[in-house]
Design a binder for this molecule. Structure first.
Ligand code: UDP
Ligand code: GLC
Length: 382
């Protein structure tokens, strides 16, 4: 199949899950395509290292910091959106289509089609609920999608269904899951795992539970800390940074981790690039989002690391885990249920191993990067 010429657009250059997935897609289209960002940052470096062309058209701070959950104030940025759209149109010359990787990228790209840009697809990676998006923001994005998007690629059925509930046209969306290179996990060597545990001073027989999400209230790090409060044998590693502000939440978490029941058992690792090694160093990988997770890359990654994964039962997680087989699910925010599941996996090694194995097979069969790249290629072959 001839590679299409795509202009990928994203408003942020911070490495969230949406950007890691974009990195995979853009790398596969590096010969014909380009990525347009609204700010400079680590994503640009990663893309360029992978041989992808990048352009930056800086947006104002007001626009970058504008919260999607904000109200009418967002309308004040309309003149800027229009100016950004003009710049996108210029950058899009010579490309066949635009794939917008975020809501801000989509809104500006949709406006760009009015100024002569090529067709736009929205790669929607968020569940459009009231919790994260104000009514006005949802209204505008969904209106523009129905009117101007050639297609809305969604990262799960859950994301697609929420789009429809928000007023999006059902026939517009198509599920494209995230894809993963299992090699990165299969090639981790035992030496690195032992070295990592030794660095943290954790003995071989001590159970380690890992949570690999940016520090943010809805990612629910506090749920895990509350759950292990009464499991004194467990050590916790928290991997990730507060990517989009949320310093208040980090301060609260630090206070919680310092209480006598938890002191010395919570290891803060910040943002890391060696996720496969870190996951393989754990006994259990958990996902604790308090709100429905649109997809949940960390869940599939935990499975590829051959670890039993416990996830919060909502959103995309329900499409990644068959409860009791390829992982374990607990009701969102149910601290007691999470505690019991962690305990069960620690006490029952056979169960833990069986879930880890079935989770690994499922992740490898269903979310291989090459399969997902084929799905993506078919989706854009209109
Ligand atoms: N991640 C990472 N380094 C970290 C913490 C997380 O590379 O220190 C990666 C993680 O492996 C996953 C992604 O960030 O691939 C997070 O994606 P997910 O879909 O789980 O959540 P998001 O942050 O996109 O909502
Ligand atoms: C978003 C979602 C996350 C998903 C990622 C990749 O960041 O929050 O659940 O896994 O996009 O599609």
């Amino acid at each position: 199949m001839k590679q299409r010429k795509i202009l990928f657009v994203d408003h942020t250059a911070v490495m969230g899950g949406a950007e890691l997935s974009l990195l995979d897609l853009a790398t596969a289209y590096a010969n014909t395509s380009k990525v347009l960002l609204f700010e400079d940052g680590i994503l640009r470096q990663r893309l360029e290292q992978a041989g992808v062309k990048v352009s930056i058209i800086p947006a104002s701070d007001t626009m970058l910091k504008l919260r999607t959950s904000g109200g009418l104030s967002s309308l004040a940025t309309i003149p800027e959106l229009w100016r950004m759209a003009a710049r996108i149109t210029k950058e899009a010359t010579g490309y066949e289509l635009i794939v917008a990787n975020s809501q801000k990228a989509f809104i500006t790209s949709a406006l760009a089609t009015l100024q002569g840009s090529p067709p736009v697809l929205w790669h929607l990676r968020d569940i459009l609920t009231a919790k994260h998006f104000s009514p006005i923001n949802r209204l505008v994005a969904v209106f523009l999608a129905n009117r101007f998007a050639t297609q809305v690629l969604v990262n799960s059925q859950a994301t697609g269904q929420a789009f429809v509930v928000a007023g999006g046209k059902e026939k517009l969306y198509r599920v494209i899951y995230n894809g993963f290179d299992s090699q990165r996990f299969d090639t981790v060597n035992r030496q690195d795992i032992m070295q990592f545990r030794a660095q943290l001073g954790i003995d071989d027989d001590v159970p380690v539970v890992g949570l690999f999400s940016r520090l943010s209230y809805w990612k629910g790090q506090h749920i895990l800390l509350e759950a292990v409060k009464e499991l004194p044998q467990v050590q916790v590693i928290l991997v990730g940074e507060a990517l989009f502000g949320e310093q208040d939440y980090v301060s609260e978490l630090k206070l919680l981790a310092a209480i006598p029941e938890l002191a010395g058992r919570v290891h803060w690792l910040g943002f890391r690039d060696d996720i496969p090694t870190l996951m393989k160093s754990c006994d259990i990988v958990v996902h604790t989002s308090t709100e429905p997770e649109p997809f949940g890359r960390v869940i599939v990654e935990g499975q590829l690391a051959q670890k039993p994964v416990i996830a919060s039962a909502a959103g995309g997680a329900l499409e990644l885990i068959i409860d009791g087989k390829t992982g374990l699910l607990f009701p969102p925010q149910d601290i007691l249920a999470l505690r019991q599941l962690i305990k069960r996996l620690i006490d029952d090694r056979t169960l833990a191993q069986s879930i880890a194995q079935q989770g690994y097979d499922s992740a490898k069969n269903n979310f291989a990067l090459e399969t997902i790249l084929k799905d993506f290629a078919e989706a854009i072959a209109f």
